[in-house]
Design a binder for this molecule. Structure first.
Ligand code: SF4
Length: 367
Protein backbone atom coordinates (compact mmCIF):
# COMPACT_ATOMS: atom_id res chain seq x y z
CA UNK A 1 0.00 0.00 0.00
CA UNK A 2 1.39 3.38 -0.98
CA UNK A 3 0.43 6.73 0.49
CA UNK A 4 -1.52 9.06 -1.79
CA UNK A 5 -2.23 12.49 -0.35
CA UNK A 6 -5.42 14.21 -1.43
CA UNK A 7 -6.55 17.82 -1.25
CA UNK A 8 -10.13 18.50 -2.23
CA UNK A 9 -11.09 21.85 -3.73
CA UNK A 10 -12.93 23.25 -0.74
CA UNK A 11 -11.13 26.37 0.44
CA UNK A 12 -11.12 29.12 3.03
CA UNK A 13 -9.27 32.43 2.95
CA UNK A 14 -6.65 30.87 5.21
CA UNK A 15 -6.42 27.58 3.28
CA UNK A 16 -6.68 28.31 -0.43
CA UNK A 17 -5.52 25.95 -3.18
CA UNK A 18 -1.95 27.28 -3.18
CA UNK A 19 -1.69 26.52 0.54
CA UNK A 20 -3.15 23.09 -0.05
CA UNK A 21 -0.61 22.45 -2.80
CA UNK A 22 2.20 23.47 -0.45
CA UNK A 23 0.91 21.04 2.16
CA UNK A 24 0.86 18.26 -0.41
CA UNK A 25 4.50 18.99 -1.30
CA UNK A 26 5.36 18.85 2.39
CA UNK A 27 3.51 15.55 2.81
CA UNK A 28 5.42 13.81 0.03
CA UNK A 29 8.64 15.04 1.65
CA UNK A 30 9.83 16.87 -1.44
CA UNK A 31 12.75 18.29 0.51
CA UNK A 32 14.20 14.79 0.94
CA UNK A 33 14.64 14.28 -2.81
CA UNK A 34 16.08 17.69 -3.75
CA UNK A 35 19.76 18.32 -3.05
CA UNK A 36 21.55 21.62 -3.50
CA UNK A 37 22.11 22.45 -7.18
CA UNK A 38 20.10 19.47 -8.42
CA UNK A 39 18.73 20.05 -11.90
CA UNK A 40 15.07 19.21 -11.40
CA UNK A 41 12.90 18.37 -14.42
CA UNK A 42 9.26 19.26 -13.87
CA UNK A 43 7.51 17.22 -16.55
CA UNK A 44 4.16 18.57 -17.63
CA UNK A 45 2.02 19.09 -20.71
CA UNK A 46 2.05 22.72 -21.88
CA UNK A 47 -1.25 22.21 -23.72
CA UNK A 48 -1.97 22.39 -27.42
CA UNK A 49 -2.90 25.81 -28.78
CA UNK A 50 -6.64 26.20 -28.25
CA UNK A 51 -6.78 23.76 -25.34
CA UNK A 52 -7.40 25.19 -21.87
CA UNK A 53 -7.57 22.18 -19.58
CA UNK A 54 -3.82 21.72 -18.92
CA UNK A 55 -2.51 22.50 -15.41
CA UNK A 56 -2.44 26.27 -15.06
CA UNK A 57 0.99 27.99 -14.86
CA UNK A 58 0.29 29.63 -11.49
CA UNK A 59 0.34 26.19 -9.85
CA UNK A 60 3.65 25.37 -11.51
CA UNK A 61 5.05 28.60 -10.04
CA UNK A 62 4.33 27.31 -6.53
CA UNK A 63 6.13 24.04 -7.22
CA UNK A 64 9.08 25.85 -8.82
CA UNK A 65 9.43 28.23 -5.86
CA UNK A 66 9.38 25.39 -3.38
CA UNK A 67 12.09 23.45 -5.28
CA UNK A 68 14.23 26.61 -5.36
CA UNK A 69 13.82 27.04 -1.60
CA UNK A 70 15.27 23.56 -1.22
CA UNK A 71 18.31 24.53 -3.31
CA UNK A 72 17.25 22.85 -6.56
CA UNK A 73 17.41 24.32 -10.04
CA UNK A 74 14.03 23.50 -11.62
CA UNK A 75 13.07 23.69 -15.27
CA UNK A 76 9.72 22.98 -16.94
CA UNK A 77 9.86 20.40 -19.68
CA UNK A 78 7.95 18.35 -22.21
CA UNK A 79 8.81 16.52 -25.44
CA UNK A 80 7.84 17.14 -29.05
CA UNK A 81 4.74 15.49 -30.46
CA UNK A 82 4.39 12.90 -33.20
CA UNK A 83 1.50 14.62 -34.90
CA UNK A 84 1.08 17.87 -36.72
CA UNK A 85 0.00 20.64 -34.38
CA UNK A 86 1.55 23.47 -32.42
CA UNK A 87 4.17 21.42 -30.51
CA UNK A 88 5.89 19.26 -33.14
CA UNK A 89 9.33 20.93 -32.88
CA UNK A 90 11.02 22.80 -30.04
CA UNK A 91 10.53 26.28 -31.51
CA UNK A 92 6.78 25.81 -32.08
CA UNK A 93 6.48 24.03 -28.75
CA UNK A 94 8.12 26.84 -26.76
CA UNK A 95 6.05 29.44 -28.58
CA UNK A 96 2.84 27.58 -27.75
CA UNK A 97 3.90 27.09 -24.12
CA UNK A 98 4.54 30.80 -23.70
CA UNK A 99 1.27 31.69 -25.40
CA UNK A 100 -0.45 29.31 -22.97
CA UNK A 101 0.94 31.28 -20.04
CA UNK A 102 4.22 29.53 -19.23
CA UNK A 103 6.34 32.66 -19.52
CA UNK A 104 9.40 32.98 -17.28
CA UNK A 105 7.81 35.93 -15.51
CA UNK A 106 4.90 33.65 -14.51
CA UNK A 107 6.53 30.33 -13.74
CA UNK A 108 9.95 31.59 -12.53
CA UNK A 109 11.85 28.81 -14.32
CA UNK A 110 13.19 28.20 -17.81
CA UNK A 111 11.40 25.96 -20.31
CA UNK A 112 13.46 23.22 -21.97
CA UNK A 113 12.12 20.88 -24.65
CA UNK A 114 13.71 17.66 -23.46
CA UNK A 115 14.20 15.89 -26.79
CA UNK A 116 15.74 18.78 -28.69
CA UNK A 117 14.84 20.80 -31.74
CA UNK A 118 13.21 17.97 -33.70
CA UNK A 119 12.71 15.28 -31.09
CA UNK A 120 15.90 13.42 -31.92
CA UNK A 121 17.89 14.01 -28.72
CA UNK A 122 17.57 10.92 -26.58
CA UNK A 123 19.40 8.35 -24.47
CA UNK A 124 18.91 4.64 -24.81
CA UNK A 125 18.07 3.25 -21.38
CA UNK A 126 18.46 -0.48 -20.80
CA UNK A 127 15.41 -2.03 -19.10
CA UNK A 128 15.29 -5.67 -20.32
CA UNK A 129 11.50 -6.09 -20.25
CA UNK A 130 8.93 -7.94 -22.39
CA UNK A 131 8.58 -5.40 -25.21
CA UNK A 132 11.94 -3.66 -25.03
CA UNK A 133 15.50 -4.32 -24.05
CA UNK A 134 16.16 -0.57 -24.31
CA UNK A 135 13.88 2.47 -24.51
CA UNK A 136 14.47 5.93 -26.03
CA UNK A 137 14.17 8.58 -23.31
CA UNK A 138 14.41 12.32 -24.02
CA UNK A 139 17.96 13.41 -23.28
CA UNK A 140 17.30 16.29 -20.87
CA UNK A 141 14.89 14.22 -18.80
CA UNK A 142 17.55 11.54 -18.60
CA UNK A 143 20.17 14.15 -17.65
CA UNK A 144 18.10 15.71 -14.85
CA UNK A 145 19.00 14.78 -11.26
CA UNK A 146 15.38 14.61 -10.12
CA UNK A 147 11.99 14.35 -11.85
CA UNK A 148 8.67 15.77 -10.72
CA UNK A 149 5.72 14.81 -12.95
CA UNK A 150 2.85 17.27 -12.78
CA UNK A 151 -0.10 15.66 -14.52
CA UNK A 152 -3.53 16.75 -15.68
CA UNK A 153 -5.73 13.69 -15.22
CA UNK A 154 -8.25 13.07 -18.00
CA UNK A 155 -9.57 10.47 -20.43
CA UNK A 156 -7.40 9.33 -23.31
CA UNK A 157 -8.40 7.95 -26.68
CA UNK A 158 -5.67 5.26 -26.76
CA UNK A 159 -5.10 4.38 -23.12
CA UNK A 160 -8.48 5.17 -21.56
CA UNK A 161 -6.94 7.37 -18.86
CA UNK A 162 -4.26 10.00 -19.31
CA UNK A 163 -2.45 10.05 -15.99
CA UNK A 164 1.05 9.86 -14.57
CA UNK A 165 2.04 6.71 -16.49
CA UNK A 166 1.01 8.42 -19.73
CA UNK A 167 2.82 11.63 -18.76
CA UNK A 168 6.01 9.68 -17.99
CA UNK A 169 5.94 6.76 -20.43
CA UNK A 170 4.80 8.51 -23.56
CA UNK A 171 5.63 12.06 -22.49
CA UNK A 172 9.29 11.42 -21.60
CA UNK A 173 10.01 9.47 -24.79
CA UNK A 174 11.74 10.98 -27.80
CA UNK A 175 10.03 10.90 -31.21
CA UNK A 176 11.50 7.44 -31.85
CA UNK A 177 10.30 6.25 -28.44
CA UNK A 178 6.80 7.49 -29.24
CA UNK A 179 6.88 5.81 -32.64
CA UNK A 180 7.92 2.55 -30.99
CA UNK A 181 4.99 2.75 -28.58
CA UNK A 182 2.49 3.51 -31.36
CA UNK A 183 3.82 0.89 -33.76
CA UNK A 184 0.91 -1.52 -33.24
CA UNK A 185 -1.80 1.15 -33.51
CA UNK A 186 -3.21 0.76 -37.01
CA UNK A 187 -6.33 2.81 -37.52
CA UNK A 188 -8.73 2.11 -40.39
CA UNK A 189 -11.68 3.98 -41.84
CA UNK A 190 -15.14 2.47 -41.51
CA UNK A 191 -16.31 3.21 -45.04
CA UNK A 192 -20.00 3.15 -44.13
CA UNK A 193 -19.61 5.88 -41.52
CA UNK A 194 -17.16 8.03 -43.48
CA UNK A 195 -18.71 11.11 -45.09
CA UNK A 196 -15.49 12.07 -46.87
CA UNK A 197 -15.35 15.41 -45.04
CA UNK A 198 -11.53 15.45 -45.26
CA UNK A 199 -10.87 16.42 -41.64
CA UNK A 200 -8.71 13.36 -41.02
CA UNK A 201 -6.76 13.98 -44.21
CA UNK A 202 -6.14 17.58 -43.19
CA UNK A 203 -5.13 16.67 -39.65
CA UNK A 204 -2.71 13.79 -40.41
CA UNK A 205 0.83 15.17 -40.35
CA UNK A 206 2.19 12.16 -42.23
CA UNK A 207 -0.11 12.44 -45.26
CA UNK A 208 -1.27 8.90 -44.52
CA UNK A 209 -4.93 9.65 -45.26
CA UNK A 210 -6.16 10.01 -48.82
CA UNK A 211 -9.61 10.54 -50.25
CA UNK A 212 -10.76 8.00 -52.81
CA UNK A 213 -14.29 7.77 -54.17
CA UNK A 214 -15.34 10.52 -51.73
CA UNK A 215 -14.20 8.47 -48.70
CA UNK A 216 -11.07 8.71 -46.55
CA UNK A 217 -8.64 5.80 -46.61
CA UNK A 218 -5.53 5.27 -44.46
CA UNK A 219 -2.38 4.02 -46.18
CA UNK A 220 -0.93 1.54 -43.67
CA UNK A 221 2.66 1.81 -44.94
CA UNK A 222 2.70 5.56 -44.25
CA UNK A 223 0.64 5.70 -41.03
CA UNK A 224 2.80 5.79 -37.86
CA UNK A 225 -0.13 5.02 -35.58
CA UNK A 226 -0.08 8.28 -33.63
CA UNK A 227 -3.85 7.94 -33.20
CA UNK A 228 -4.54 11.64 -33.55
CA UNK A 229 -7.09 11.17 -36.33
CA UNK A 230 -9.35 9.03 -34.13
CA UNK A 231 -10.75 11.85 -32.07
CA UNK A 232 -10.71 14.38 -34.89
CA UNK A 233 -13.16 12.38 -37.03
CA UNK A 234 -16.64 13.88 -36.46
CA UNK A 235 -18.55 10.67 -37.29
CA UNK A 236 -16.33 8.19 -35.45
CA UNK A 237 -15.42 6.53 -38.75
CA UNK A 238 -11.69 6.30 -37.94
CA UNK A 239 -11.21 3.34 -35.64
CA UNK A 240 -8.47 1.12 -34.28
CA UNK A 241 -8.43 -2.55 -33.49
CA UNK A 242 -8.99 -1.85 -29.81
CA UNK A 243 -7.93 -4.98 -28.01
CA UNK A 244 -4.46 -5.51 -29.44
CA UNK A 245 -3.64 -1.85 -29.92
CA UNK A 246 -4.65 -0.49 -26.56
CA UNK A 247 -3.14 -3.35 -24.61
CA UNK A 248 0.25 -3.05 -26.22
CA UNK A 249 0.33 0.77 -26.05
CA UNK A 250 -0.36 0.66 -22.34
CA UNK A 251 2.26 -1.99 -21.64
CA UNK A 252 4.81 -0.10 -23.72
CA UNK A 253 4.04 3.11 -21.83
CA UNK A 254 4.67 1.32 -18.54
CA UNK A 255 8.03 0.04 -19.82
CA UNK A 256 9.04 3.54 -20.95
CA UNK A 257 8.08 4.83 -17.51
CA UNK A 258 10.72 2.53 -16.08
CA UNK A 259 13.21 4.07 -18.50
CA UNK A 260 12.25 7.62 -17.45
CA UNK A 261 12.70 6.91 -13.73
CA UNK A 262 15.52 4.40 -13.79
CA UNK A 263 18.57 6.62 -13.28
CA UNK A 264 16.95 8.93 -10.73
CA UNK A 265 17.75 6.83 -7.67
CA UNK A 266 14.29 7.41 -6.19
CA UNK A 267 14.50 11.20 -6.66
CA UNK A 268 11.03 11.55 -8.18
CA UNK A 269 7.54 12.57 -7.12
CA UNK A 270 4.12 12.91 -8.72
CA UNK A 271 1.45 15.57 -8.48
CA UNK A 272 -1.88 15.14 -10.26
CA UNK A 273 -4.61 17.68 -10.86
CA UNK A 274 -8.03 16.04 -11.21
CA UNK A 275 -9.63 19.10 -12.72
CA UNK A 276 -11.35 19.76 -16.04
CA UNK A 277 -11.52 16.02 -16.66
CA UNK A 278 -11.86 16.21 -20.41
CA UNK A 279 -12.85 13.26 -22.64
CA UNK A 280 -9.57 13.36 -24.62
CA UNK A 281 -5.91 14.31 -24.42
CA UNK A 282 -4.65 17.89 -24.00
CA UNK A 283 -2.98 17.38 -27.41
CA UNK A 284 -6.17 18.47 -29.17
CA UNK A 285 -6.83 22.14 -29.95
CA UNK A 286 -9.97 22.11 -27.80
CA UNK A 287 -11.26 20.40 -24.67
CA UNK A 288 -14.84 19.31 -24.39
CA UNK A 289 -17.18 19.46 -21.38
CA UNK A 290 -15.67 17.62 -18.36
CA UNK A 291 -17.14 14.17 -17.75
CA UNK A 292 -17.44 14.79 -13.97
CA UNK A 293 -16.96 17.80 -11.71
CA UNK A 294 -13.49 18.88 -10.58
CA UNK A 295 -12.24 16.63 -7.80
CA UNK A 296 -8.93 17.83 -6.31
CA UNK A 297 -5.16 17.52 -6.28
CA UNK A 298 -3.15 14.41 -5.42
CA UNK A 299 0.51 13.86 -4.53
CA UNK A 300 2.45 10.65 -4.11
CA UNK A 301 5.84 9.01 -4.61
CA UNK A 302 4.18 6.04 -6.37
CA UNK A 303 3.16 6.52 -10.04
CA UNK A 304 0.82 3.52 -10.10
CA UNK A 305 -0.94 4.36 -6.84
CA UNK A 306 -1.58 7.98 -7.83
CA UNK A 307 -3.15 6.91 -11.15
CA UNK A 308 -5.28 4.25 -9.46
CA UNK A 309 -6.44 6.74 -6.81
CA UNK A 310 -7.17 9.37 -9.49
CA UNK A 311 -9.29 6.93 -11.50
CA UNK A 312 -11.17 5.78 -8.40
CA UNK A 313 -11.90 9.37 -7.36
CA UNK A 314 -13.25 10.19 -10.83
CA UNK A 315 -15.34 7.02 -10.92
CA UNK A 316 -16.88 7.88 -7.57
CA UNK A 317 -18.37 11.07 -9.00
CA UNK A 318 -21.74 11.50 -10.70
CA UNK A 319 -21.29 11.64 -14.47
CA UNK A 320 -22.06 14.80 -16.40
CA UNK A 321 -24.92 14.01 -18.80
CA UNK A 322 -24.00 16.96 -21.04
CA UNK A 323 -20.55 15.47 -21.68
CA UNK A 324 -19.24 12.73 -23.99
CA UNK A 325 -20.18 10.09 -21.41
CA UNK A 326 -22.60 7.63 -23.00
CA UNK A 327 -23.32 5.49 -19.91
CA UNK A 328 -22.01 4.80 -16.37
CA UNK A 329 -23.33 8.06 -14.94
CA UNK A 330 -23.79 6.74 -11.40
CA UNK A 331 -21.21 7.05 -8.63
CA UNK A 332 -18.94 3.99 -8.63
CA UNK A 333 -19.43 3.23 -12.32
CA UNK A 334 -16.49 3.32 -14.73
CA UNK A 335 -16.51 6.77 -16.35
CA UNK A 336 -13.57 6.00 -18.66
CA UNK A 337 -15.43 3.00 -20.11
CA UNK A 338 -18.39 5.37 -20.36
CA UNK A 339 -16.39 7.37 -22.91
CA UNK A 340 -14.23 4.60 -24.43
CA UNK A 341 -16.15 1.34 -23.91
CA UNK A 342 -13.52 -0.83 -25.63
CA UNK A 343 -10.49 0.32 -23.65
CA UNK A 344 -9.44 -1.51 -20.50
CA UNK A 345 -7.46 1.34 -18.92
CA UNK A 346 -6.38 -0.82 -15.99
CA UNK A 347 -3.79 -2.65 -18.15
CA UNK A 348 -1.17 0.11 -17.72
CA UNK A 349 -1.59 -0.12 -13.94
CA UNK A 350 -1.61 -3.90 -13.58
CA UNK A 351 1.31 -4.30 -15.98
CA UNK A 352 3.19 -1.42 -14.32
CA UNK A 353 2.62 -3.04 -10.95
CA UNK A 354 3.94 -6.36 -12.26
CA UNK A 355 7.09 -4.55 -13.41
CA UNK A 356 7.65 -3.17 -9.90
CA UNK A 357 6.79 0.44 -10.76
CA UNK A 358 4.43 0.76 -7.82
CA UNK A 359 1.31 -0.55 -6.16
CA UNK A 360 -2.37 -0.42 -7.14
CA UNK A 361 -3.12 -0.66 -3.44
CA UNK A 362 -3.03 2.73 -1.77
CA UNK A 363 -3.98 4.62 1.35
CA UNK A 364 -5.77 7.87 0.52
CA UNK A 365 -4.80 10.46 3.10
CA UNK A 366 -6.90 13.60 2.99
CA UNK A 367 -5.17 16.78 4.05
S1 SF4 B 1 -3.55 8.18 -40.22
FE1 SF4 B 1 -1.95 7.33 -38.90
S2 SF4 B 1 -0.32 8.88 -38.90
FE2 SF4 B 1 -2.17 9.90 -39.70
S3 SF4 B 1 -3.13 10.87 -37.89
FE3 SF4 B 1 -4.07 8.82 -38.11
S4 SF4 B 1 -2.83 7.48 -36.82
FE4 SF4 B 1 -1.63 9.37 -37.13
Amino acid sequence: MSDVFFADLKTTHEMNLFKKLERLLYKIDLISIIEKDDLVAIKLHFGERGNTSYVQPIYLRKIVDRIKEFGGKPFLTDTNTLYVGSRGDAVSHLKTAIENGFAYSVVNAPLIIADGLRGRSFKMVRIDKKWYKEVDIAEEIYNADALIAVTHFKCHELSGIGGTIKNLGMGCASIQGKLNQHSTVSPYVDQERCTGCGRGQKWCGYKAIVIEDKKERIIPDICVGCGECIHICPTGAIRIRWDASTMSVQEKMAEHTIGALQNKGGKYAFITFITQISPACDCYPSNDIPIVRDVGILASRDPIAIDQASADLVNNQIGNRDSNLTCNYESGEDKFRGVYPHIDWTIQLSYGESLGLGSRGYKLIKI
